[in-house]
Design a protein around this ligand. Structure first.
Ligand code: SF4
Length: 211
């Protein structure tokens, strides 16, 4: 297995040598807001919305000057705008009350903020604080199943399995590589198997290319 994992890293590094988070942000707070907005929405659409939003509302204090309805209208195109606006306002309030307005450098503490779940906390911890974490989003869950690393619909079970399988110092980069791999090659529908180096270990490929 160790040899396979080493080969897996090498192939991923060839595909995505320096993967970067595609959300645009200038502070940890902005990243946290952007990650909340990114649920069920592309990073591209989030960036269009936050480019305008963060001009005037780039801190929890400023965000809380908006009413729920005002924030909803600004983030409308990201979808699920009612819940996202509610979560952003509650999270901003919590940040001020519990952490003096600073996003804590701690996954558990981050999850005490309203509207911040495990995946969001892992993304922010790994991206903004360069901590070791594997955030499991829809792409990571899908490709981990196809590649045979897990057999589960549960993001938490997937995360724990990946943490066991891969070296801790690789988790942050691996998360980004798997997200990029899922976005651009191993897409949900019509994966680009012809340009994938992992056909030999892929359960999806085996099931869809049997003679
Ligand atoms: S072979 Fe196809 S389905 Fe399997 S991991 Fe590669 S792109 Fe995804």
């Amino acid at each position: 297995m160790k040899k396979n994992i080493k080969e897996f890293y090498e192939k991923l590094d060839t595909l995505f040598p320096q993967p970067e988070c595609e959300l645009e942000y200038k502070s940890v707070y902005e990243l946290l807001v952007a990650v909340i907005l990114s649920a069920q929405c592309t990073d591209r659409s989030v960036n269009i919305v936050t480019k305008e939003l963060f001009k005037d509302y780039d801190t929890p204090e400023k965000m809380l000057t908006l009413s729920q309805e005002e924030l909803e209208s600004k983030i409308h195109s990201c979808g699920f705008y009612h819940n996202k606006a509610k979560n952003i306002l509650s999270m901003s309030k919590d940040l001020l009350e519990k952490f003096n307005g600073e996003v804590p450098n701690d996954i558990e503490k981050m999850q005490t903020l309203a509207g911040v779940g495990r995946k969001t906390a892992n993304v922010v911890y790994s991206e903004a604080f360069k901590g070791n974490a594997i955030a499991v989003d829809t792409h990571v869950l899908r490709v981990s199943n196809r590649l045979g690393f897990v057999k589960t619909d549960s993001p938490l079970k997937c995360e724990l399995a990946l943490m066991k399988l891969f070296d801790e110092d690789k988790w942050g980069k691996l998360h980004l590589q798997l997200v990029h791999f899922g976005r651009y090659i191993c897409k949900a529908t019509k994966p680009d198997c012809a340009n994938c180096p992992f056909t030999s270990q892929c359960t999806y490929y085996a099931a869809h290319n049997s003679i």
